[in-house]
Write a protein that binds this ligand. Structure first.
Ligand SMILES: Nc1ncnc2c1ncn2[C@@H]1O[C@H](COP(=O)(O)OP(=O)(O)OP(=O)(O)O)[C@@H](O)[C@H]1O
Ligand SMILES: [Mg+2]
Length: 354
């Protein structure tokens, strides 16, 4: 796993992290869903946890919320050990699960009342706190609607409301914007920034790259292992991610798909991808800009613009996933050879005497 330096000032005192995991593991039978996870997330950060379907994001969140016992390893949330004291963690955190889990037959207000009571929000301040959180999320208009009458996006907002009502220090949001329209998504992110500026730590999973770009730090998990973690800019610029000596070009041209196939066949091009109306080209050749311009000109491609660019976050994750897949393949092959050798079914010369 590659850990990139945090963007902290060296002169600042190192405070206790909001979340710390050391070799955290969770298995389900033979399947290892989270494999020796090491994370450090500071207070007030918006940490984006990314990874393909089934890579272990929700399992990690459930362990950190004290809802699922780790198989081994350690996790501290707000300084509390998740294995020793899962109950105490729940008063410090808010959790918005991936699957809607509120009471469909209760109204919006009744759901909020229920969660307030569950988390011990009582006394004279309770009414004020509930109204504050209703205003913050902007769900006042729907207060007397049944939860099941809400659209997907409004259900998500109600879930957030219920996760916030007890003023938690840390909030876990598992794909909070999965069914939201672009305006609602932006509204939710504005809200997350407001919470973070008040010192709340946010742990968010998402499949949207534009949301990942809004996080102050990121982790990328693939096949249950953390592949990389760090600040957004360091991640984009890390040599091991970008590839030493690699040049990335953006080519705006017509026709797009035909040119994509032509560029793919060029020997000095390592990778080419379609990005909206443009092509992204990766090459190890320092002269690629001049060479490609010349070759496209010869092929009568109408090039509007060709320029060097930085990798996008999506480029970074695609590069990391491909590298991890290649490593897995080598490991599997190696394992296959060893098993064949152990069982005497390999085609080594020593075994050909049968
Ligand atoms: N309760 C369970 N019993 C058995 N296997 C499980 C259980 N929960 C999760 N898994 C397995 O653990 C792996 C990780 O699942 P997890 O839900 O953490 O992935 P994820 O990254 O959240 O995926 P997604 O993006 O689809 O939400 C998967 O292979 C999944 O099938
Ligand atoms: Mg999940």
């Amino acid at each position: 796993m590659m850990t990139l330096p945090a963007e902290t000032q060296p002169s600042q005192p190192v405070s206790e992290p909001a979340i710390l995991t050391e070799d955290l593991v969770r298995g389900f039978g033979e399947k290892v869903a989270v494999d020796h996870l090491n994370l450090r997330i500071d207070k007030g950060e918006i940490f984006g946890f990314l990874g393909p379907n089934g890579s272990g994001k929700s399992t990690t969140i459930k362990m950190l919320c004290g809802l699922l016992a780790p198989t081994s390893g350690k996790a501290l949330v707000s300084g509390i050990d998740v294995r020793r004291d899962p109950e105490r963690i729940r008063s410090k955190i808010g959790y918005m699960p991936q699957k809607f889990s509120l009471y469909e037959d209760l109204t919006v207000k009744e759901n909020i009342d229920f969660y307030a009571q569950l988390y011990g929000v009582k006394g004279s301040g309770a009414k004020r706190r509930k109204e504050e959180v209703i205003d913050l999320v902007g769900i006042g208009h729907y207060r007397s609607f049944l939860a099941r009458q809400l659209s997907g996006g409004w259900k998500q907002r109600l879930a957030l409301c219920c996760a916030l009502v007890h003023q938690p220090e840390i909030i876990f949001l598992d794909e909070p914007t999965a069914s939201m329209d672009p305006v609602a998504r932006r509204g939710l992110w504005d809200l997350l920034f407001t919470l973070a500026s008040n010192g709340v730590t946010l742990f968010v999973t998402t499949h949207y790259m534009d949301e990942a770009e809004r996080c102050s730090s990121l982790g990328y998990i693939y096949n249950s292992k953390l592949i990389v973690s760090g600040g957004l800019e360091e991640l984009k610029h890390a040599k091991a991610v970008v590839g030493e000596g690699n040049v990335r070009l953006e080519v705006l041209c017509k026709p797009l798909v035909k040119t994509f196939n032509q560029i793919k066949a060029l020997p000095y091009v390592q990778d080419v991808t379609i990005f909206g109306q443009a092509l992204h080209v990766v090459s190890e050749d320092a002269e690629v800009l001049a060479r490609l311009s010349r070759d496209l000109d010869r092929a009568d491609v109408a090039v509007q613009q060709i320029r060097e660019i930085e990798p996008s976050l999506e480029d970074v994750f695609v590069t990391l996933t491909k590298a991890s897949m290649a490593e897995d393949e080598i490991r599997q092959k190696d394992l296959g050879h060893r098993m064949a050798h152990a069982s005497g079914f390999d085609d080594d010369e020593d075994n050909n005497d049968a």
